[in-house]
Design a protein around this ligand. Structure first.
Ligand SMILES: C[S@@+](CC[C@H](N)C(=O)[O-])C[C@H]1O[C@@H](n2cnc3c(N)ncnc32)[C@H](O)[C@@H]1O
Length: 839
């Protein structure tokens, strides 16, 4: 294992003492010998954070304490004269989390000075905590099974560094291990059950059934849906619905983040195969589970309704009635899960059939949002009044019920799906097979509205709607006669049959007409359905082309200039997390569930040519409290730090009013380019004048309390709208943040610099200032040559030493916040060394 040169032998060193060398090096970034000898608190704090981060990378986390020659409190070493060669004591703490989808997560810390500590102690503590027998559990870390007689510290150090600590998964010994590796079709194939007998869930108690169902899910591959199901807490502990929702979203987000990288590595055909297989398996499993569950529910229902009822004031509640009533509650909860699973299956089928899966990196964050919405809506709507049977009925016959019970994913995704289909002229051709596909009436309607090429898709997939039908044989792969007819008719649709592996050399028109190309044949697992992608001849669009096209379409509609992805560094096509499921929003917010509508606007009544040009007359200007914020040519004058109140839709002034700048469409084209060390960044291919407003930081508007819960990568895309907040006061109740992780625009790629060329100003024009929903607008603080990377200071408050010190103290007090610091690689001569993602 490589160690930082500053601490060459730490990891092999049993003693917890290190010699500190003050030097200007990477490890003690910008803490020089001279500055340290001043013994100022902030120097030490910075030094230790630097050192801590270095260690955190190697060994989980590290807390320091000085030896007795120094001071006890590590973070406030006032008046000390530390010098080169001094020794400090350090304490390495290994952080561990044991995750069991059925029993939640437990956190442990291990003091690494105890080298003899064995995993048995840890497993014992975990098992006791979750009331399980450790002998029935298998513990794995990074796919490696941990033996209980292995030593913890030694093993963890040998397994490698972890910035976040170590995540151990605990699984029942009987369940197969989920492989965290690139799946091959062969692997998927072998995981797909071949006979209905493999999914036997009839009979048994509800608990038996759900545990078997979970097992089936695991067998059906480590797909996100199985994780989703497994992430539901076990019904045994008493939990309220809000708690379940919280757990669900946390598990799901964690799981999705962990797997996003894996999905990105998958080739399109593997991804598609994986998804199709899983959907088929899940559907089968779902049908069996549903049938069994309904039967079991009926039994319970009869029993519980025939049982003596609890009468208030009397003590005739028997243990039996309590058990029955609990069983009923559990069944209701499980029914909700099933209901959602069914909906998710349908949503996924829609993705797949419309070709979006081929383009996406995975379920995608907007899917998450929709899932969250659906789940919240489901819980809100049921309100304890729906019975299991009613829930089941909703799923049983969507044609009759119209699926009115919750937000319809298909509907919400429909717009995107439609665009994708029409843009790429996808023709999906599936022969009518023994497989009776269940598709929602909504999907059918949506597809029926589509153009002729897509009509083929609708025709081919909307056969049968009987929920009671079970999946039988896999569909056969071959082109339909309809496609042949269509091809014969139309030169324009003389499409190249794109094999899923896109192997141009092996494509032969003849072969493609009758059988899939050899590459597909070799890779294809039997249960897969055929899809043939027809693109105009000789047009081969990359994922980057497609996303760029989609984004430009949205930008164009908003009147904004072009967006381009450029990568001269490596072969990464697109920034991580960006796919067809990432909604590009040029200049507005998406509102999280529960965020109130902005108040109705009031406007000025300026008329005439000059209108709001006059300082006095304009009521919007009055609110601004200073002179005009912009010059006549729309450049920001840097004359205020307050919110800028622009004229709005309720104003009587013209759209050319001088007090309307940030609200205008972006005029300059942007390039999202790959930087050498800081991921993707932004530049503009033309010179920018000082004061030019370049665009708005957009994304999902979430409550501050939600934003504070975010961590890791996700937090780094979150921007606090805190213009009205007092620095040291708690944020007001209606404090919001913009989360640009799931959706947003080009500004989400702006990197931080300690010497930035942009700054953020807050602008209001479609909400009232008291709504606290200003738009963060990016303004050039200097003249910027063309093709210069655009940056802003993520933490402008830290620009003064005083503010930085205050921040550090606050960060120390709030450990959770201090975790959100990372090394700054801006390269500015006055670089502060650290970058906080809490903007
Ligand atoms: C809002 S994103 C900026 C876009 C990002 N580079 C990307 O590829 O998506 C913020 C993240 O970019 C990286 N980043 C931005 N500025 C940086 C800097 N000066 N030094 C190091 N990393 C930086 C960090 O990973 C940070 O969490």
């Amino acid at each position: 294992m490589r160690c930082h040169p500053l601490f060459p032998s730490f990891l092999s060193m049993p003693k917890n003492e290190i010699t500190l060398f003050f030097c200007h090096s990477d490890a003690v970034n910008h803490v020089s010998e001279t500055s340290c000898s001043h013994s100022r608190d902030e120097n030490f704090a910075l030094l230790f954070r630097n050192v801590e981060a270095q260690y955190a990378k190697k060994a989980g986390a590290l807390a320091f304490s000085y030896n007795q020659n120094f001071i006890e409190d590590a973070d406030t070493p006032r008046g000390l004269g530390m010098k080169t060669g001094d020794r400090i004591k350090c304490l390495e703490i290994l952080r561990l989390a044991i995750v069991n989808p059925n029993s939640g997560t437990r956190y442990f810390t291990v003091n690494s000075s105890d080298l003899s500590l064995e995993f048995s102690a840890l497993f014992g503590a975990y098992a006791k905590d979750v009331e399980m027998d450790p002998d029935n559990l298998r513990f794995t870390l990074d796919g490696i099974e941990l033996a209980s007689n292995e030593r913890i510290v030694e093993t963890l150090r040998s397994i490698g560094p972890s910035e976040e600590g170590f995540l151990i998964s605990a699984m029942p010994k009987s369940s197969p291990q989920i492989e965290h590796r690139q799946p091959t079709l062969r692997v998927i194939d072998s995981l797909v059950p071949t006979s209905a007998a493999e999914f036997t869930v009839n009979g048994g108690t509800p608990e038996d059934m759900i545990s078997r169902f979970r097992l089936d899910m695991l067998r059906a591959d480590a797909n996100w849906l199985s994780a989703l199901i497994c992430s539901w807490p076990s019904p045994y502990p008493k939990q309220d619905d809000a708690e379940i929702m919280l757990n669900f979203s946390r598990h799901f987000a964690t799981w999705r983040d962990r797997n996003a990288a894996l999905w990105r590595q998958e080739s399109a055909e593997t991804f598609l195969a994986r998804q199709l297989n899983t959907i088929l398996s899940l559907e089968k499993s779902y049908q069996d589970w549903r049938t069994g569950s309904l039967a079991s529910w009926n039994v319970h229902h009869e029993l519980s309704t025939s049982a003596p009822q609890r009468t208030s004031g009397t003590r005739n509640t028997t243990l039996e009635t309590v058990i029955r009533s609990n069983a009923r509650q559990r069944m209701l909860r499980e029914a909700k899960i099933i209901w959602m699973l069914g909906s998710l299956c349908e949503a996924w089928k829609t993705h797949l059939f419309s070709g979006m899966a081929l383009l996406s990196n995975g379920p995608g964050v907007d899917s998450d949002l929709l899932i969250m919405e659906r789940c919240r809506a489901a819980f809100a709507e049921q309100d304890g009044s729906a019975t299991v049977e009613e829930l089941m009925a909703l799923r049983q016959n969507p044609l009759e019920t119209g699926e009115t019970s919750a937000v319809d994913l298909t509907d919400l995704l429909g717009q995107v799906a439609e665009d994708t289909i029409s843009e790429t002229d996808v023709s999906l051709v599936v022969e009518e097979s023994p497989l009776k596909r269940r598709e929602s009436a909504r999907l059918k309607r949506k597809l029926n509205q589509l153009d002729e090429p897509v009509q083929l898709l609708a025709d081919s997939i909307s056969q049968g709607d009987n929920l009671e039908e079970t999946v039988e044989d896999p569909p056969q792969l071959r082109l339909s006669a309809r496609l042949k007819q269509k091809r014969a008719k139309s030169d324009a649709l003389e499409a190249v049959v794109e094999s899923l592996v896109q192997d141009e050399e092996t494509e032969h028109e003849e072969e493609a007409e009758d059988v899939p190309p050899p590459a597909i044949m070799a890779l294809r697992p039997p249960p897969l359905q055929t899809r043939v992608w027809s693109l105009p001849a000789r047009v081969r669009r990359t994922r980057r082309d497609i996303i760029q096209h989609e984004w430009n379409k949205v930008a164009r509609e908003a009147g904004a200039a072009k967006i381009e992805f450029v990568n001269d560094i490596d072969d990464e096509e697109l920034p991580p997390g960006i796919g067809i499921l990432f909604p590009y929003i040029e200049r507005s917010f998406l509102f999280d569930i529960g965020i109130p509508e902005p108040s109705p606007l009031t406007g000025c009544s300026c008329h005439g040519k000059k209108g709001c040009d006059k300082k006095r007359g304009c009521s919007c200007r009055k609110k601004l409290g200073c002179g005009p914020a912009y010059t006549r040519v729309g450049l920001f004058m840097f004359n205020t730090d307050s919110e800028i109140i622009e004229c709005n839709a309720a104003c009587e002034c013209s759209s050319k009013c001088i007090n309307r700048v940030a609200q205008l469409p972006r005029q300059l084209p942007v390039q999202i380019f790959k930087t050498d060390k800081r991921g993707w960044g932004v530049k503009i291919p033309v010179r920018i004048e000082k004061g030019r407003v370049l665009g708005l930081y957009t994304g999902l508007l979430i409550r501050r309390e939600e934003a504070d819960k975010l961590s890791g990568t996700r937090a780094s895309y979150c921007f606090d709208l805190d213009v009205n907040e007092e620095p040291d006061k708690e944020p007001p109740e209606n404090a919001y943040s913009v989360d640009a992780y799931a959706c947003g625009n080009w500004t989400r790629f702006l990197n931080h610099s300690c010497d930035p060329n942009l700054k953020i100003i807050s602008v209001v024009y479609d909400s009232m200032p008291e709504d606290n929903m200003p738009y963060p607008a990016l303004v050039a603080t200097k003249n910027i040559p063309a093709f210069t990377e655009l940056t802003f200071d993520y933490n402008p408050a830290h620009q003064t030493e005083y503010e930085l010190k205050k921040y550090r103290e606050k960060a120390h007090a709030k450990r959770s916040k201090s975790k959100k610091m990372s090394r700054c690689l801006c390269g500015a001569s006055q670089c502060r060394g650290w970058l906080s993602v809490v903007a």
